[in-house]
Design a protein around this ligand. Structure first.
Ligand SMILES: C[S@@+](CC[C@H](N)C(=O)[O-])C[C@H]1O[C@@H](n2cnc3c(N)ncnc32)[C@H](O)[C@@H]1O
Length: 388
């Protein structure tokens, strides 16, 4: 496909997304209809679509309208390119600009320029002051990051093994196990290092959260909201403990046995009914469901669908999770709480509310990571029960 045809295809896919189709589904159905598209074409169209979703408000203003074409026109103008040179109607290029498209477009301001929904601007101001620096980061692509599985490899061996498959990755400071991929990101899943369990795809701040947990060999550790098991496996890479994984939705755990096998670690899956019988645990991690606001670079659709009522619903679930999980912590054990959110309402405010409901617990530490070149935004803290 020509570069112009890729822009045209991205505009088509965006039209489906704007009509309500999830981005992944819209890209898959375009891929099925477009057998002529090679892997580089698919990757380029995907990048255009996700770039546009991250900057939906500003591109719509720049492009003169919220439509697939409008967003792509906005993207070109944001890069200082003339859309008339791309929208030519020649060969496989998209149809020429209408008069309205050629004349339209203005410079985005306020929440349009920040590419944030209106309701969240005051929420972010309350959490971190000026939202502009964070908003700017959320408008750009997230880094591709790997975690070295210390059970199977060392950082230097993993880097060398990746290089043999044409993947350039280097250590970064956010975590001693984190690698930042600068070349060959799309080859990671097929690489020998991945297939042999030496590395996993995992965000840098997600690894830093696990680095701060008080893990020791021989502990009994429960990942209470384990989902796909990213944090379970990161914890298992750090200590020879007994690991248990639970999720309110057990289907979310389905890939964990295969991933644990590849990583060379053992994880016991726990159904709701088996939870209390398996406890107590020395460490219970609640990596709670959240807005995902710290990771909106990766999942930009979330930025536009999340709203104040979803936030209120989530904070209630987060409180319930902490209340349930605290009952599973052994005497002298640790309750850890984490989110990939930058909103105070989901982080410090939940800890304050927990401590008010459970005055026999103390906060040991808390930390907020913001999205940046080495990872997403995360919050984590550890709580312990005061001695009787
Ligand atoms: C942020 S995700 C976990 C991601 C995972 N820890 C990882 O690192 O890959 C949150 C998970 O919490 C689960 N969840 C939602 N409500 C829950 C509840 N009340 N109890 C336990 N898990 C819950 C969701 O199904 C989801 O898989």
């Amino acid at each position: 496909m020509t570069p112009e045809a890729r822009i045209g295809a991205a505009a088509e896919v965006l039209e489906l997304i704007l009509a309500g189709e999830p981005a992944e589904k819209a890209l898959t159905s375009w891929g099925r209809r477009s057998r002529f598209a090679g892997s580089k074409d698919r990757a380029a169209v995907r990048d255009h679509v996700f770039d546009a979703l991250r900057c939906k408000r500003s591109f719509a203003v720049l492009g003169g309208g919220l439509s697939g074409r409008g967003l792509m026109i906005g993207l070109l103008r944001s890069e200082g390119r003339d859309p008339a040179q791309v929208f030519t109607g020649q060969g496989h290029a998209p149809a020429p600009l209408t008069e309205q498209e050629a004349a339209g477009g203005s410079v985005p301001e306020g929440a349009d320029a920040l590419d944030l929904p209106d309701w969240i601007v005051p929420e972010l101001q309350a959490s971190l002051g000026d939202p502009a620096p964070l908003a700017q980061v959320l408008r750009s692509r997230a880094p591709v990051m790997l975690r070295v599985n210390l059970r199977k490899s060392s950082v230097s061996k993993a880097v060398a093994q990746l290089a043999a498959d044409g993947i350039v990755a280097a250590p970064v400071s956010v975590s001693p196990t984190a690698l930042l991929v600068s070349e060959g990101a799309r080859r990671v899943n097929g690489s020998a290092a991945y297939l042999q369990g030496m590395i996993e795809l995992q965000d840098g701040a997600s690894q830093a959260v696990v680095d701060r947990l008080p893990l020791r060999d021989g502990m009994r550790v429960l990942d209470y909201c384990a989902g796909g098991g990213g944090k379970t496996l990161a914890m298992a890479g750090r200590a020879r403990a007994e690991f248990f994984a639970h999720d309110a939705n057990p289907r979310r755990l389905k890939d964990l046995p295969v991933r644990a096998d590849r990583a060379g670690v053992s994880v016991k899956l726990l159904e709701n009914s088996g939870l209390s019988g398996a406890g107590p645990f020395d460490l219970v991690l609640c990596d709670a469901p959240c807005s995902g606001s710290g990771a909106w670079r990766r999942s930009p659709e979330g930025k536009w669908v999340f709203d104040a009522s979803a936030l209120a619903e989530l904070t209630q679930i987060q409180d319930e999770i902490l209340d349930q999980a605290q009952g599973l912590v052994a005497q002298n054990g640790v309750l850890a709480y984490a989110t990939c959110s930058v909103l105070r309402a989901e982080n410090d405010a939940r800890v304050d509310a927990f401590l008010a409901r459970h005055p026999d617990w103390d906060l040991q530490w808390s930390q907020q990571w913001f999205p940046g070149p080495e990872g997403d935004g995360f919050f984590a803290c550890c709580l312990t029960k005061s001695p009787k």
